[in-house]
Design a protein around this ligand. Structure first.
Ligand code: GDP
Ligand code: MG
Length: 289
């Protein structure tokens, strides 16, 4: 039997569940998930190795109406750039809803001229099961999709079928990544992103959008990973918010990140984080590629 391999970017407006879908298709968390839109800032590749195929899924920052931040423009570029070299594209929408943001994502996918699979996510949220079929039919009128697959990423419903469907559209060819690799991102990135997820979940309003986390040092001590992280905020007042009274908020987030990293990598982690004010880091090319 011949081997198939290829890359499939995941497009969709913010919050439809792209990162959750990627993580659940891979059965490992490589991209952070939150209820807050615009959490994913980078194109992140996840690799799914099967006996006769290798599927490289690329999670993208949700395409958004451009604003003035350099970071936002770079995020849109990362999403568009993921289409170069792809074999097909997945467009994710929410069952029962279609917004202008979904049209924007679909148009981006159609512009690529690649074959397009529509993933209708969050079917668990539909109040009435019988509404699903008419919605799928309505979607079919939107574009000439190769397939339309309803799933629940969160409940891992129908994901095996989605993986099989996608694999069927991959071109024949050898693997793109060494077998056994799960993501193109290194440990430093994954640790920093994990803390960013926890801080995003524990802060509100503009703070999640104004903060960033980078690893400044990474060391192995025996089996343990020792990481030093820098949390960047835009304003002095945000520094206090992120740290929290008595340092409790930062401590709690670092602990949550550590526990989840330990579960994923099955080894001890030590995380030291400090918060620095870097005015307008999101407009500084040094701080956001
Ligand atoms: N109920 C339900 N929630 C989901 C599903 N998939 C994702 N979510 C939630 O939707 C939110 C956004 O998910 P995320 O993956 O970060 O979306 P992204 O912005 O498209 O990457 C999170 O709170 C997820 O838990 C699903 O199938 N069902
Ligand atoms: Mg995301």
């Amino acid at each position: 039997m011949s081997f198939r391999a290829g890359m499939a970017p995941i497009l969709g407006r913010p919050n439809v569940g792209k990162s959750t879908l990627l993580n659940r298709m891979l059965k490992e968390k490589v991209s952070i998930e939150t209820r807050k839109p615009q959490t994913t800032r980078h194109a992140i590749a996840g690799v799914r190795n099967a006996r006769a195929s290798q599927l490289v899924l690329v999670d993208t920052p949700g395409l958004r109406a451009p604003d003035r931040r350099l970071l936002s423009r770079n995020m849109n570029r990362a999403a568009a750039g993921a289409l170069a070299g792809a074999s097909l594209v997945l467009v994710v929408v929410e069952a029962g809803r279609w917004t202008r943001g979904d049209d924007r994502a679909l148009n981006e996918a159609l512009k690529s001229q690649l074959r397009c699979i529509l993933v209708v996510n969050k079917i668990d949220c539909m109040r009435r099961r019988e509404d699903l079929f008419p919605y799928l039919e309505w979607c079919a009128g939107k574009a000439d999709f190769a397939e339309i697959v309803p799933v629940s990423a969160l409940r891992e419903d129908n994901l095996e079928r989605l993986c099989d469907v996608v694999a069927g559209y991959l071109p024949e060819g050898g693997p793109l990544f060494p077998e056994g690799s799960v993501t193109d991102r290194g440990m430093e990135f994954r640790i920093a992103e994990m803390l960013r997820e926890k801080l995003t979940l524990n802060t509100h309003r503009e703070v999640p959008y104004d903060l960033d986390v980078v690893a400044t040092s990474l060391e192995m001590r025996g089996r343990a990973v020792v990481a030093e992280l820098e949390v960047r905020v835009n304003r002095a007042s945000q520094r206090g918010i992120v740290i929290g009274r008595g340092g409790l908020r930062l401590k709690a987030a670092a602990r949550q990140a550590r526990l989840e990293l330990q579960r994923i990598f099955r080894r001890p982690f030590h995380i030291r984080a400090r918060v620095r004010v870097r005015k307008n880091w999101f407009n500084n090319p040094r701080f956001c590629q």
